[in-house]
Structures are given as C-alpha cells and as structure tokens.
Design a protein around this ligand. Structure first.
Ligand code: BEZ
Length: 208
C-alpha cells in the first residue's frame, strides 16, 4: 500500500489518499527547486496533463523546499517550458514524505530526494517504483506506456510484451483459460505455446 500523508503543496494541504480518490496516481520527486533537469521535467508533465487525465491518472510532484520557493520556481517553469504547473507540487520542507517513501539516498545527499517515481492503482497499491539518477530527466512517455499496460492488465486481462507499443499484439494472461480467451477475444488469438497466446490490443474502458 502507498503510505498516506498530509503535507503542504502549491494547491494547499494535501491529504494524499483523499486527494487520489478512486483515480490512478503518479507521485514523483525532485532533488530540489531551481534545478535545471527538474525544471524541464515539470514543464514536460504540465504539457502532458491531458494524456494523464484521459487515463484517469492524477499526477503530483514533490520537492524538499517550502511553498514560497515552489511558487517562485513555478514562474520560471511557466516562463521557460511553454506550460505552467497544472498539478500540485508537494512542499516537503520537513522531508516527512521523502522519508516515508524512502526518497533520500544518504550516500547521494543527506537532504535532497533522488528522482523517484511511484505509480499507484485506484486501490492505492504501488504498481511501479523507479529511481533515476539526478542528472537524467525521466521519460514520461514511458510512464504513459506503463500506465496503458497496467490498465490493459487490470481491465482487459492482457499483458504487454517486450518493447510493446500501441498497435502491437499483446499477451493473454496465463490465468485466462482457453475457453475464457475465446469469449474475451472474439477476434481470435494465436497460440505459439500453451503459455504464450497473442491477440490484438483490446480497447480499455476502465471496467474490470
Ligand atoms: C538537476 O537538475 O537536478 C541536476 C542536474 C545535473 C546534475 C544533478 C542534478
């Protein structure tokens, strides 16, 4: 389970689980305000907000600086990135959330968070954790790809193969019997091995 917390943010006090509601979520941390790579990352996520909304994913950033600092930094993001912050940025000045989520690597810095990502499902279970080096900006298209894969598994009983992209075939979950597979995938499927059955990507409508 993703730990719950209450913390200040650029959009007021956040009670994390309540704020997530029944949505999917992405929580991602930054080493500090006014750092170059983070500035580009927050701009990128702001420009992709519609992509996250369409997938029912709420995004929230975190940096270990106070709200006043976040506000000053937001102005720089709007000025340089072609998009203003349109999601909350947690002001984790007391590092409460950073410690709860183990976002501080003591051998990298005693105080600054590393570049962590947590993807949460609507039951608030952590479905993915990533840790990037501070000097490497994250690939948010890859996070969308993972969300699409998780939602295909959750709602359509398929998994996604190596390097999968939309339009590629998907893998029928091994837990689905052949009888159920014929019903669930009426367009058919290919059996390469009894445990390796490929089918066309089904549409996702967020219903199990
Ligand atoms: C940063 O923007 O956070 C950063 C850039 C280079 C090295 C480390 C961190």
């Amino acid at each position: 389970m993703a730990p719950d917390f209450e913390q200040e943010s650029t959009e007021g006090t956040i009670r994390f689980h309540e704020w997530l509601g029944d949505s999917w979520g992405i929580l991602f941390s930054h080493p500090a305000d006014f750092t170059p790579v983070c500035t580009t990352e927050l701009g990128a996520v702001a420009r992709m907000k519609g992509d996250f909304d369409r997938r029912d994913v709420k995004v929230i950033g975190l940096s270990v600086d106070p709200v006043a600092s976040h506000r000053g930094w937001s102005a720089d993001i709007a000025e340089t990135q072609g998009a203003a912050l349109n999601f909350p940025l947690i002001a984790d000045a007391d590092r409460k959330v950073a410690q709860l989520y183990d976002m501080i690597h003591p051998e990298a810095s005693a105080t600054a968070t590393v570049r962590s990502v947590f993807v949460l499902d609507p039951q608030k279970k952590v479905r993915l954790m990533l840790t990037y080096p501070a000097s490497t900006g994250r690939n948010f298209d890859e996070l969308l790809r993972v969300i699409d894969s998780l939602q295909l598994t959750e709602y359509r009983k398929v998994a996604t193969p190596a390097n999968w992209q939309h339009g590629d075939e998907v893998v029928i979950l091994p837990s689905v019997s052949d009888e159920d597979a014929r019903r669930l995938f009426p367009a058919g499927y290919r059996t390469l091995k009894p445990y390796l059955r490929m089918t066309q990507e089904p549409a996702v409508s967020m219903e199990a």
